[in-house]
Design a binder for this molecule. Sequence first.
Ligand code: SF4
Ligand code: SF4
Ligand code: FES
Length: 472
Amino acid sequence: MPKCLIDGKEVEFSPGENLVKVAKRAGVEIPVFCYHPGLSVVAQCRMCYVEVEKMPKLQTACSTMAAEGMVVKTQSEAVKKGRQGTMEFLLLNHPLDCPICDKAGECDLQDNSFGHGSANMRHSEERRTYVDVDMGPVIQKNMNRCIHCTRCIRFGDEVAGIHEMVAIKRGNNIDITTIDGKQLKTEYAGNYSDICPTGSLTLKDFRFKKRAWMLKKTETVCEGCSKGCNMEIQHEGNVVYRCVPRENLEINKHWMCDEGRFNYRYTQDESRIVDPTLRAPDGHKGAAWQDVIATVESRIRGGEVLFLLGTDLTNEELSAIREAASALRTGIKIRTFGTPGVTKTSEDGSADNILKMKSKTSNLNGAEKLGLEPLAGDAKADTVIVFRGGRAALPKVEAKWSAGIGVFNREEASGFDSVLPGLAFTEKEGTVVNHAGIEQRISRAVRPKGTCKSVPEVLMSLLNTKSKAGQA
Ligand code: SF4
Ligand code: SF4
Ligand code: FES
C-alpha cells in the first residue's frame, strides 16, 4: 500500500482517500465544516487547511487526495494562521447565543472556534439577522447561526433525493432556505439536524429538553423496519430524549428515517399500559400479576389455543415462547404477525430508494429463520394470546378469550380480556435479523416502566403456575 507522512507519522492509504481520512487513521484530527464523509466534497469552508510540501499555498485536506511520498503538515504556523483567518470570517455574523443553543456541547463551530480560532476579533460591525421560514414539523431553522457549509443542500440532493434546500442571494446576504420558503418534504429530515455543524437546523422534538452533555448514549438498532439501521438512544434519568443514527456503511451509512428516529415516542407515551389489567363487567381494571398469570394459565389449559408472535420480538423471545408453548401443553398453534401484506421475507423489499423497507418490524427474517409460519387471515381460536414488541400491526382476533403480552396502548388493550405489560425495544436486550440476513444486537437503554415484565419472566411465571396447579 502507498504511504505518506502526516506530521512526521508514516501512514498507509488506499488510492483515492483524502487527507482528512488518512490523517484520522494516523491519530491526527483535521477540523472540517463543509466536508462530510457521506456527501460530495465541495471544499468551500476552508477550515481544513494543511501544508503540503512542494505546494506553494495551503491546501484543503478534504479535496486533496493522499499521494505516495506526500509530506503533510497540519500544525505549522501557516496552517494555524489560515485556520484562524477562516474562523474569524465564519464568526463575523455568528450570534453569541451558545448558552441558549441546542447544539452547544456537540457543535463543530464551538469546538473548532475553541481549538483553532483566535481570542481576538477585529470585527465591530453589526451582525446580520434573518426572519426564519417554517421548515415543518421536524426542523427548526435559525439562519443567524448558519455558516453556509451547504451540507444540508447536498444532503437533500444526494441522499434524500429531493432538491428542497437552496442558497439564495450572495455574499453577506446569502440565505440557506427551502425553495419558495416551503416546508421540508423529505421523510429523512432529522438528518439535516445531525449533519448541520452549527445550531442552524435543530430538531423540534429535542429543542430545549436536555443539554447534549448530560445525555447517556446506548448503541442499538432501530426497530422501525427490516432495514436494521444502526442508531444510538440518548437518554437521561430513565427518559429517552432522542435517537440518532450510528455509522454502518453496510446498512444505513450515516442516516436514518424520521419514522425510525421518532419511533421511540410510543415507549413513553402516557397511554401505554404499564401494569397488568383484566376485563371486568365495566371495562378493564388493574389486577395483580399473580392473578393475571393464573387466569392466562387456566385459559390455555383447554380448548383450541393460538399463540400469535409479533415479528417485532427478538430471536430470544421468539425461541423462548416456542419452547414454553410446548412445555405448557401440546397442541398450541403458533403463528407470526407484523406488517399487513408482508408476511414473508419474499414479500419484503425497499419501500423507497433510500433506506425504508416494506416490513415495518425488525425481525421478520429472524422469525422465518426460526421456522415460524405467518398467520393467514384472521386469528381464530378459543383462546388467543398475542405476544408483541410494540410495533407489529395487530391482526383481527376472534376468540372466546384473549390476552396481550407485551407493549400495548389503552386503545389496543381494549381489544383483549387481559394485558400483561412487557418491555419495549428501549428496555431490553436481544438480537434481530435484518432483511439482508445480518444479525444485530439491540441494547437496553432505560429501565422498564411500571411493573412491565420481560417475555421470559412471564413465561417462567406461567410454567410455575402450571406446575403448582399440577401438584395440587
Ligand atoms: S443550515 Fe447548517 S448545514 Fe445548512 S448550510 Fe447552514 S450551517 Fe450548513
Ligand atoms: S429505514 Fe427502517 S430501520 Fe432505518 S431508521 Fe427508518 S425505520 Fe428505522
Ligand atoms: S472541510 Fe475542507 S474546505 Fe470545508
